[in-house]
Design a protein around this ligand. Structure first.
Ligand code: ZN
Length: 137
């Protein structure tokens, strides 16, 4: 599901490697070189050990619905025709959580623990952005 008119993410210096990986259809997050903790969103320092050194760790892109809400009133006009739609906190296999809408999810049947997987979608004048969809059993 492409969403015409969707606002573009704001790319910061700190988050640029995340978006560059997305353009290669890879999902990466920061990994602290002090304690190996994965973290997302990108941050200057590790919230656990306060180390400033990190690298970028690849993730599988598979996870499950940790929590969700059904949005009946879109936060932006670009989503008007898609309402109601599901916005979920996704817990990835590696333990990192991300927030995403769920492509094609039925608001009446979505469940906590449901399997999801990443997909990358082209956003006009931006590049590829990560989105998630429900994995059918
Ligand atoms: Zn750390």
């Amino acid at each position: 599901m492409s969403i015409p008119g969707r606002p573009k993410p704001v790319v910061t210096v700190l988050g640029e490697p995340f978006w560059a990986a997305c353009n290669e259809r890879r999902l990466v997050v920061q990994r602290c070189l002090g304690c190996q903790q994965l973290r997302h969103y990108p941050q200057e320092r590790c919230p656990l050990c306060y180390a400033a050194e990190y690298d970028w760790a690849p993730l599988s892109g598979r996870g499950e619905v940790y929590s969700y809400t059904v949005s009946h009133r879109p936060f932006h006009p670009a989503w008007q025709e898609h309402a109601p739609y599901v916005v979920a906190t996704i817990e990835l296999e590696e333990g990192v959580r991300m927030v995403s809408d769920l492509i094609g999810a039925d608001p009446d049947s979505i469940e906590i623990g449901q399997g999801v997987e990443i997909t990358f979608e082209a956003l006009d004048d931006f590049g590829l952005i990560p989105r998630f969809r429900v994995v059918k059993d």
